[in-house]
Unconditional design. Structure first.
Length: 531
């Protein structure tokens, strides 16, 4: 039997209302019309999202549970982690692609992208100031920190020497099955988090690498094709360290059933299009670094050299991370991009940002608006509130207020803590890498984001430390949500709850359908790409 779940856009009327007021008000020097998808507008009302079970739907098992604090969601057991040294991951990528570099040279090339062309080690690496740098392809308004101190690691000969300050070791393996997209072209993301050894003792010499592999589905379009993966992670509960290590070693390095290995060049973005976080054809490798101020976060994918076509790590834009200057109506250095970004923010992002449910708070940033880095300070700091509220032109703020009023986005909020423009900017900030990893830096100690919501806390500037400690945000909010997504999927009982997870704002008051619109990072099982 084929079970078909289809859903039409539930925001068509809301979109028309927002666009009508937005364009019909007498704004001086207002914004461009909604236009088509390429201009950041919403998709046509006729678009649908279709999800298919190609075989029998799962047999209902309402007693099945998934523990959010167990190995089904995150593994920090050092016995298991010992099976995942960095050189093993790098060597497999090199072997599959037939590249003769050593893991040490490969990681030197990775960090050489933090150098400018003048100070770089390898002539064929895409450096931070290279014209071919995809992270700066859209002519960003904020300068990129170039070079960075982390570029010095390109000259280190001890990157793979266990225990050396320049070496890296695994601190966590993370299940992101919730990032399975609606079309089931992939069955989630699976992450290995590495920390620089020096960070154990030196707070000013910390670097984290997160290898975020997107697992390709053997039967795209069929959600039941992902069942073996979901069952594998659920099956880790109750097993010994040795058994978990064996299962995950097979999963990551050999593959299970019809699935190829998780660790594969394609899983980290080879030959994929730079799209949105959780929406790209392949995954990515993210780096969070503090060998100099400010703390900085960037994103890299496996790509091909412009010179010879061989694979290399290439910088790409940081997803869900719009350039702060685009929030400033007075700043015109970005040309038309800033104007179109603010239009898109008002017409499409306010609704999901206004969610009364913390997990439902989200924003989908198109690739051309994303920055080259997510910094906690300096000229590139991701402070959206500061950028938006310092401008002298009231059009942007006024238009936000009008849409909030017209759609009733703040109707049930406390009178002394409304959802207003300031709250929208704070929430957008929390969906960027810098904001989510250091909420107190942007929100203060109370971490308030309006309408009675408080953004969950990190541990300083990270969510997983060098000692595998997990942040309050992970333990109290993110992991429980991800476990619930996996649990509902495996239970196969509550189709209403299941379809809620297929939408963009689970538990939220407003459900958006913008799948296929080109807007970044929409349509995952978990409903959110940022948490």
């Amino acid at each position: 039997m084929v079970q078909l779940l289809a859903r039409k856009s539930s925001l068509a009327a809301v979109t028309v209302l927002a666009a009508g007021c937005f364009l019909g008000c007498d704004y001086k020097g207002g914004y461009p019309p909604p236009g088509d998808v390429g201009s950041g507008g919403m998709p046509p009302e006729s678009e649908t999202t279709t999800t298919v079970w190609c075989n029998e739907a799962p047999v209902c098992d309402s007693a099945l549970t998934v523990a959010p604090d167990g190995p089904a969601m995150v593994v920090t057991d050092p016995v298991v982690l010992a099976h995942f040294p960095l050189d093993k991951v790098i060597q497999q990528i090199l072997d599959i692609q037939g590249v003769s570099w050593t893991p040490s040279e490969t990681m030197q090339r990775f960090f050489d992208s933090m150098n400018d062309e003048q100070s770089g080690k390898f002539s064929d690496v895409v450096h931070c100031d290279s014209p071919q740098n995809a992270a700066t392809q859209f002519g960003l308004t904020a300068p990129m920190i170039c070079p960075r101190a982390e570029g010095q690691l390109a000259f280190s000969e001890t990157l793979m020497a266990d225990g050396d300050p320049d070496s890296f070791f695994p601190v966590a393996i993370v299940n992101r099955f919730d990032l399975t997209p609606l079309d089931a072209s992939r069955c989630g993301q699976y992450r290995i988090v590495y920390a620089k050894t020096s960070g154990l003792t030196d707070p000013n010499n910390r670097v984290f690498l997160i290898f975020e592999a997107a697992l390709q589905s053997p039967m795209p379009g069929c959600l039941d094709s992902c069942l073996p993966v979901a069952k594998l992670w659920k099956g880790l509960e109750g097993k010994s360290s040795a058994e978990i290590a064996s299962d995950l070693d097979t999963f990551f390095f050999s593959g299970i059933g019809s699935f190829g290995p998780v660790v594969h060049p394609v899983s980290y973005g080879l030959d994929s299009i730079d799209q949105g976080y959780g929406a790209a054809e392949g995954g990515q490798i993210r780096v969070s670094m503090h060998m100099e101020d400010p703390w900085d976060m960037r994103e890299v994918q496996v790509g091909r050299s412009f010179e010879n076509g061989e694979i290399q790590f290439q910088p790409v834009t940081v997803k869900n991370n719009p350039v702060a200057a685009y929030f400033d109506p007075v700043d015109v250095s970005g040309g038309g991009l800033g104007t179109y970004f603010r239009q898109n923010f008002v017409q499409t992002d306010l609704v999901s940002l206004a969610s009364p449910d913390l997990i439902g708070v989200q924003m989908f940033t198109r690739p051309e608006y994303n920055g080259a880095e997510s910094a906690l300070g300096g000229a590139t700091k991701n402070d959206y509130s500061l950028a938006a509220l310092k401008g002298e032109d009231p059009v942007f703020i006024d238009s936000i207020g009008l849409v909030i009023a017209d759609l009733g986005l703040s109707y049930d909020c406390p009178t002394d803590d409304p959802f207003d423009a300031a709250a929208a900017f704070r929430r957008a900030n929390m969906l960027s890498c810098a904001g989510c990893h250091a909420p107190k830096e942007f929100l203060g100690e109370d971490r308030s984001i309006g309408c009675g919501l408080t953004w969950p806390d990190s541990i300083g500037q990270s969510h997983i430390t060098e000692t595998s400690e997990l942040s309050p945000a992970l333990k109290e909010v993110f992991l429980p949500h991800r476990a619930e997504v996996l649990q509902i999927y495996l239970q196969g009982c509550d189709m209403s709850a299941f379809t809620d997870n297929l939408q963009s704002a689970p538990g939220g008051r407003f459900k958006k359908h913008i799948a296929g619109s080109g807007v970044s990072g929409v349509g995952t099982l978990g409903g959110s790409v940022s948490h």
